[in-house]
Design a protein around this ligand. Structure first.
Ligand code: ADP
Ligand code: MG
Length: 350
């Protein structure tokens, strides 16, 4: 007889990461070909001489996207790209995807064609093949589940748990833009609900809207690092905000970190939108999600090489575990890093 567990624990007690840890804590890998299972941006599987990277991302209507302001083509593009980003985070290249969708009868064939035109556009841009999936009806919300398969040389694969003390912490591009884009779209949606005759005020904010609606995976950085002969000592993609992601690297590598507020790259459009919302742009960078930039650590010896790569900011360094995780503010005060990133199940996550 299957034993029934009669006690009830609320999901909010564990949060997203706690839940994953809880559900996967007893896994014992059975196959020699499974090199790495749960716990990184993608799993690593040995297939002959090759190493494959596999990751799944599920997007849920009402949680991850709002169809009142998300064009279906953009949604398809983003659903594919966020998966490619997890392969970039392992220092690999995406090669194939499978796509699962659950449309209700609210969607027309033409609407789903739009969604797929975005998926195909991303596949063309990143050189990825769509090789299968699953289709089922839904009583309500649309779900889009994409699994990506990537490839990497074994020695190139980068994990979250391999940073070393004193390594430099680097980030690509700029942060906080996708979140400010989301706040702007939400503001205009509310204004439209209040007065349907109102035209949305989106002019001058193309950059942050694009960051939210049409992100890119930084495969270009993976290629540039390889060309420069830099192998990151650890890497993760920024889907949940800088603070949450650096804390993953710290926790998995059993280290601490110091990052410098003044070094965090933030675009001018993000700053001016944050000002409009009376919000500190640093908070948007630390806790706003969905920038899909790469956060990685390198050996100090690689500093000169990384300086030659444009669009990379060195924002701090790794420290010993007992030194904690700190943000050094512009005024020089050390503030303990708290992750309040995107977490569908819990408001504050450490
Ligand atoms: P990311 O933000 O990079 O997509 P997640 O935080 O979603 O990563 O997942 C962290 C790790 O947990 C990954 O290795 C992922 O494969 C694994 N994981 C997430 N959800 C589940 C689940 N429901 N069952 C098993 N493993 C999961
Ligand atoms: Mg990731």
């Amino acid at each position: 007889m299957i034993e029934q567990n009669t006690s009830r624990t609320e999901l909010a007690e564990l949060g997203e990461f706690g839940l994953i840890e809880h559900l996967t804590r007893n896994i014992i890998l059975k196959n020699e070909s499974t090199i790495t299972g749960v716990g990184d941006d993608a799993a690593v599987i040995k297939a002959g001489d090759k190493h494959l990277l596999i990751s799944t991302d599920l997007l849920t209507e009402g949680v991850h996207f709002d169809l009142t302001y998300t064009p279906l083509k953009h949604l398809g593009y983003k659903a594919a790209v966020v998966n490619f980003s997890d392969i970039a985070a392992m220092n690999g290249l995406p090669k194939q995807i499978t796509v699962g969708i659950s449309p209700s009868n609210r969607f027309s064939v033409e609407a789903l064609e739009e969604l797929y035109s975005g998926i195909y556009m991303a596949c063309d841009k990143y050189g990825v093949d769509l090789i299968g999936g699953d289709t089922t009806s839904s009583a309500g919300n649309l779900f889009i589940a994409i699994t990506v398969i990537g490839e990497a040389e074994f020695e190139d694969i980068t994990y979250r748990n391999t940073a070393k003390s004193n390594d430099l912490i680097c980030v690509s591009g700029d942060l906080g833009g996708a979140y400010m884009g989301l706040l702007l779209l939400e503001r205009e949606k509310q204004a439209f609900i209040a007065d349907p005759n109102m035209q949305p005020e989106l002019e001058g904010y193309d950059y942050i809207l694009e960051r939210q609606l049409k992100p890119e995976a930084r495969i270009d950085i993976v290629k540039s690092l390889k060309a420069l002969g830099i192998r990151p000592t650890s890497m993760i993609d920024i889907s949940d905000g800088l603070a949450s992601e650096i804390k993953h690297i710290c926790k998995n590598s059993k280290l601490g970190c110091q990052i410098y507020e003044e070094k965090i790259p933030i675009d001018i459009t993000t700053i001016s939108m944050a000002e409009e919302f009376k919000m500190d742009p640093t908070i948007a960078a630390l806790s706003g999600g969905e920038d899909y930039e790469l956060l990685f650590t390198i050996k100090q010896a690689d500093y000169d090489k990384i300086k030659s790569l444009s669009g990379i900011s060195v924002i701090g360094h790794m420290t010993e575990l007992n030194e904690g995780e700190y943000l050094i503010s512009r005024s020089g005060t050390a503030v303990e890093l708290k992750a309040q990133g995107w977490d569908a199940m819990k408001k504050n996550e450490d």
